[in-house]
Design a protein around this ligand. Structure first.
Ligand SMILES: Cc1ncc(COP(=O)(O)O)c(C=O)c1O
Length: 470
């Protein structure tokens, strides 16, 4: 029998488990063949902003897991909240006229911090299902408004809104659309406001912002406003490569939506719960919009347990709440009491420890200042970022902005070099991105930057050795 096929039991040696994983575990966004050739790194422990692998390497997690571990690892208060709720009531649902204490309390506390007069929330278990829920709410809203032709949702190319059929259709990732005949009908995409690719020579940031927003109006007019239900955007596009929109873009988008009666949705799965130094990213002065609906997940529990949801603003809440009766939609784990209890502990910690203020006034400016220095590296340029997100671009020839060909795999090389240097960074093509935990200290940030610098050096050496650079 293939030893890798033996069922893992007890405390197996890490190597055996890694082989078992490669043999049996189908991983998200991973090539199974590659995983068999290079079994995955096994992460066994986390404390603060650091994780440790099975071989004992300590790694700074500059990506907060998948943009979610906002309060860092090893929080006893979050663990204790889960434990206590598990004992009290590990599960009950929120269908059929029932609720639980944590679900009710979390709904009320979210209403207390939500932007744009939002007072109601629908709970899901992930960001993908939050977005699917939002799509169904938006379409139901227009049906109830007597405008059933308003079915189309517009979002942006390269946006990531999740992996379910609806969320993947809403997203604008070409590789995802190529698998399984997506997008579904009723989803349209405009270009992202990525100035580096789409800006014109001599065009100011403000002018580019207005031009990029005008692509939405153009598309609404092409489709006919009477068919457009909503526009969906992240405040800062995360998985698309930390694309920070030009100043003025989001406000202009809001004006266009209002002009054509189109609902505006902020996907805050990444930007919510402090990532930009505010409860929600739309509240950051660089963004400055008041969406009609808002989707969230990840940072609501700092990733300790799965939870997501849709916050609903007055325009939609009034219609869904007073006409049409039952909303035929929901999940077994909508408002799961243990997840809600952890979310409450997380919100309380963010508030009581003044995490958002600290991010806004100290940590985020420090991160941006320190990260900008990486732009002096021979390989790196076009540093950008907002709040606790940042990105740089790997250039083959920085002065002439010559990109690497995909075969050079510059981003993946750099990602691997980062792991070797003891820091997690994510590659989106040749854009290298970070989103560190909100509880990082300045010393942690210094160490992250130092390790990224080491990784850039190693990447440069490798690219030279293999003939990709002079
Ligand atoms: C902006 C955005 N929306 C939605 C999602 C999907 O969330 P989940 O993975 O919880 O389904 C993600 C995940 O990264 C995201 O970044």
């Amino acid at each position: 029998m293939n030893p890798a096929a033996a069922p893992p039991q007890g405390a197996q040696p890490a190597q055996a488990l890694q082989a078992a994983d490669a043999a049996h575990h189908l991983h998200p966004f991973s090539d199974p063949q590659q995983l068999r050739e290079h079994p995955p790194r096994m992460i066994v422990h986390g404390e603060g902003v650091r994780i440790r692998d099975a071989q004992g390497h300590e790694i700074l997690d500059a990506m907060s897991g998948l943009w979610c571990v906002n309060l860092g690892y090893g929080r006893v208060d979050l663990v204790e909240a889960a434990r206590a709720q598990m004992h009290e009531l590990p599960y009950y649902n929120t269908f059929f006229q029932t609720t639980t204490r944590p679900a009710a309390q979390l709904a009320a506390e979210l209403a207390g911090i939500a932007p744009a007069g939002m007072r109601q929330v629908f709970f899901t278990e992930s960001g993908s299902t939050a977005n699917d829920t939002m799509v169904r709410m938006v379409r139901r809203y227009w049906d109830l408004m007597g405008q059933p032709r308003r079915k189309i949702l517009i979002s942006r190319r390269n946006a990531y809104h999740g992996s379910t059929l609806g969320a993947a259709s809403l997203g604008g990732m070409p590789d995802m659309h190529a698998q399984g005949d997506l997008p579904l009908p009723g989803f349209e995409h405009i270009e992202q406001p990525y100035r580096l690719q789409l800006g014109r020579p001599g065009e100011s940031e403000a002018d580019f912002g207005l031009r990029a927003a005008s692509w939405l109006e153009q598309r609404i007019l092409e489709l006919g406003a009477e068919r457009v239900a909503a526009f969906v955007m992240e405040p800062v596009q995360g998985a698309g490569g930390v694309i920070v929109p030009p100043a003025g873009y989001a406000r202009e988008i809001q004006r266009i939506c209002r002009r054509h009666g189109v609902l505006l949705v902020s996907d805050e799965v990444i930007c919510g719960f402090g990532r930009l130094g505010h409860w929600f990213g739309c509240q950051h002065e660089h963004i400055g919009i008041e969406p009609d609906l808002l989707t969230f997940a990840k940072g609501v529990t700092s990733g300790y347990l799965p939870l997501g949801g849709v916050l609903v603003g007055p325009r939609v809440a009034e219609v869904l709440g007073t006409r049409g009766g039952e909303f035929a939609h929901g999940f077994t784990y909508s408002g799961h009491p243990v997840c809600c209890a952890v979310a409450l502990a997380n919100l309380h910690a963010l508030r009581d420890e003044q995490v958002l203020e600290r991010v806004r006034t100290g940590l985020a400016p420090y991160l941006q200042r320190r990260f900008a220095k990486l732009g002096q590296h021979e390989l790196a340029g076009d540093v950008d970022g907002l709040g606790m997100t940042a990105a740089l671009v790997l250039w083959r020839d920085k002065r002439r902005r010559e990109p690497f060909p995909p075969e050079a795999a510059a981003g993946l090389r750099c990602r691997d070099a980062c792991f070797d240097a003891g820091v997690v960074m994510r590659a989106v093509g040749s854009r290298m991105i970070i989103a560190p935990p909100l509880v990082s200290t300045e010393a942690d940030i210094d160490q992250m930057i130092e390790r990224i610098g080491t990784a850039l050096d190693a990447t440069l050496l490798g690219l030279r050795r293999d003939g990709w650079m002079a």
